[in-house]
Design a binder for this molecule. Structure first.
Ligand SMILES: *Cc1c(COP(=O)(O)O)cnc(C)c1O
Length: 228
């Protein structure tokens, strides 16, 4: 088994190669290490290899890990990337730095209300359903602009951009085309006056296509920590 530090190096190299292939600056893509299902010690190991941003899907598991690593808290950035139920917003508002999975106003309103005033604003992205799949999480593209305007107006939150998880596609071009739908929506929202800087696209299997489509943050689990 390769060590986490080696795998992190490999992922960083993939990001550089993907950026070079499409003429982008590698510094324009952040790496979010998705540590869900892996123990706090795996996060500690990745942190010692220079990784700062970590993503968790499940609120209870994420909070337990954040607390277990409280000695490192100032040097870590915790991102909640899983679907959020409204009865789980309070611990998210109290412990995380970012939420990528806002798909309705009610969730954002609760997070705004519950964000402790002594903490910096919670950084948030709207999750968009670019495939149109009826049972998938995410706001429909046509609803994204009104939701973005409403979220941007809330106190204690700072709207940073969009997140999407398109279905796996058969090849690079097809995958890139799906990511480009999220990128087009991102451009539309910016053209409408929203100050957004984050396009959260790409996972272990498709980070190259996501970067080719303009991703500014790739969320990588398996390629860093191993199979779940
Ligand atoms: C699990 C997960 C990832 C990481 O997926 P890998 O294929 O393991 O890289 C990224 N984003 C979200 C929302 C996830 O749930």
């Amino acid at each position: 088994m390769t060590m986490i530090v080696d795998k992190l190096q490999q992922v960083r190299a993939r990001i550089v190669t993907a950026c070079t292939a499409c003429g982008r600056d590698p510094a324009s893509v952040r790496l979010l290490a998705v540590s869900k299902t892996f123990p706090a010690e795996a996060v500690r190991e990745a942190r010692s290899a220079g990784q700062i941003a970590f993503g968790e899907n499940y609120v209870q598991e994420g909070v337990a890990k954040i607390e277990a690593l409280s000695d490192l808290r100032a040097g870590l950035e915790w991102h909640c990337i899983g679907p959020l139920q409204s009865n789980k917003t309070r611990p998210v508002a109290a412990h995380f730095d970012w939420v990528h999975s806002i798909d309705r106003l009610k969730i954002a309103e609760r997070l705004a209300e519950q964000r402790p005033p002594e903490l910096p604003p919670l950084q948030v992205c709207l999750q968009v359903n670019v495939d149109g799949g009826a049972n998938k999480s995410g706001v429909a593209p046509a609803e994204a602009l009104p939701l973005a305007r409403a979220v941007a107006a809330l106190p204690r939150l700072r709207l940073r951009g969009l997140m999407a998880i398109p279905e796996p596609a058969p090849d690079f071009q097809a995958q890139r085309a799906l990511f480009l739908r999220a990128a087009a929506l991102f451009d539309e929202l910016r053209a409408a006056g929203l100050e957004l800087d984050t396009l959260s696209l790409g996972m272990s299997a498709d980070l190259e296509a996501a970067i080719a489509a303009g991703s500014t943050m790739v969320r990588i689990g398996t390629a860093i920590f191993g199979a779940r």
